[in-house]
Design a protein around this ligand. Structure first.
Ligand code: NAD
Length: 355
């Protein structure tokens, strides 16, 4: 069973969970609207279903409400920040805004952010940059549970390490919607397995291995401990190529930022920590503004003019599915599966909030 709820009402209910654990109204609204935007975009895995986990992370003292990022180093174009275990949706936005000040001055910024709690949908930060007509590249490590198996390996060793690239297309009257490529380097996001498990669905072959390292279609292997007490694992996308990108995210997002890499067994902590290397570039300052604008539009128009392959919706640009879903869900409301909704209600009870 699924309930459908309108955006404003959902944001209010979810924000009330965060104020109950100590967030200011401003932070609670910011985190709630970020999660709801993920649902709106069709990424339910990174939507309000994460809220109970955030509440648990605050209660276990691994997530600090109302944190401010701390500057480790600032050389102008190089900015090293620490998220102080704050809500990613808050410290992530603070970090991007600090990077933007440097881009205004210098034309680019390489910013690393360590020790943020879950940053949510990474595309959110690229969308902030493309609003300014800037390019934004993100390599992110996930410090939570070793849930993804290395290519050729038989158990989970690292997280779903997302990678994201945002590129503005055209400029002024020739501007098109931006390219926002934003994905987990696991074949699917872990949260999508939680949603599939809650909905009793099985998943495509090649997505998962079970607790004994064997292929399985059962998403439950990465959601609940299995008969031998162990968990299964997700596979990286694109075989060794996706695996290589996942390792790059761990090394750039985790090791370079100071947030650290994962190299230990799973524990029972509910907190999900993210560290991120971000590169923001103002194309104007590379001296190719005019050709960049025309080449991006011409190439995208060329791609789009490819005839639809049979039984497909035709060529889409990364970012387009999310924009389409937003339009649809803003109108019709956000569907939430019953198990996720019950978890939100139970989380409210834990902190004295009637959802
Ligand atoms: P996904 O597999 O749905 O892929 C999404 C990307 O593919 C988007 O850029 C989308 O526009 C593009 N896309 C989808 N269909 C397309 C089509 N037909 N043609 C062209 N492009 C298309 O995403 P995912 O891997 O499930 O990740 C979902 C979200 O989870 C992302 O926002 C990611 O940042 C987030 N995530 C966050 C964390 C974290 O720790 N914070 C970890 C993993 C994932």
């Amino acid at each position: 069973m699924t309930i459908t709820i309108q955006v404003g009402e959902l944001e209010k209910k979810i924000a009330s969970l965060f104020t109950a654990v100590g967030s200011s109204n401003e932070e609670a609204n910011q985190v709630a609207s970020n999660l709801v935007l993920a649902n709106l975009s069709g990424h339910d895995s990174h939507g309000v279903g994460m809220a109970p986990r955030y509440v648990d992370a605050v209660l276990e003292k691994n997530l600090t409400p109302n944190a401010r990022v701390q500057t480790r180093i600032d050389t102008g174009t190089l900015l090293g920040l620490d998220g102080q275990y704050g809500f990613g949706q808050n410290v992530g936005v603070q970090a991007m805004e600090m990077a933007f000040e440097r881009v205004h001055k210098h034309g680019s910024c390489i910013m690393s952010l360590s020790n943020a709690h879950h940053l949510g949908r990474i595309g959110h930060y690229a969308e902030m940059a493309v609003e300014n007509h800037w390019i934004s590249i993100h390599f992110v490590s996930v410090n939570s549970r070793p849930i993804v198996a290395p290519y050729g390996g038989g158990d989970g060793r690292f997280g779903t390490n997302p990678c994201c690239i945002g590129i503005p297309v055209g400029v002024g009257s020739s501007a098109r919607e931006p390219f926002i490529l934003d994905f987990a380097t696991s074949r699917v996001a872990q949260g999508k397995m939680r949603v599939a498990h809650n909905e009793g669905k099985s998943v495509e072959p090649g997505t998962l291995i079970d607790e004994n390292g064997r292929p399985t279609n059962n998403p439950g292997v990465v959601v609940v401990p299995q008969s031998n007490g162990k968990m299964g694992a997700l596979m990286p996308f694109g075989q060794y190529k996706g695996f290589g990108l996942a390792v790059a995210c761990e090394l750039l997002g985790g090791a370079l930022s100071g947030g650290g890499t994962w190299h230990r067994q799973a524990d029972s902590r509910r907190a999900v920590l993210n560290s991120m290397l971000t590169i923001v570039i103002d194309p104007k300052r590379l001296g190719t503004e005019v050709s960049f604008a025309s080449e991006t539009t011409e190439f995208i128009d060329w791609l789009k003019s490819s005839p639809d392959a049979p039984d497909t919706a035709g060529v889409k640009l990364a970012g387009e599915p999310e924009r389409q879903k937003r339009a649809e869900r803003r109108k019709n409301g956000i569907p939430i599966d019953a198990a996720t909704w019950q978890e939100i209600i139970d989380s409210g009870k834990k902190v004295g909030v009637a959802i």
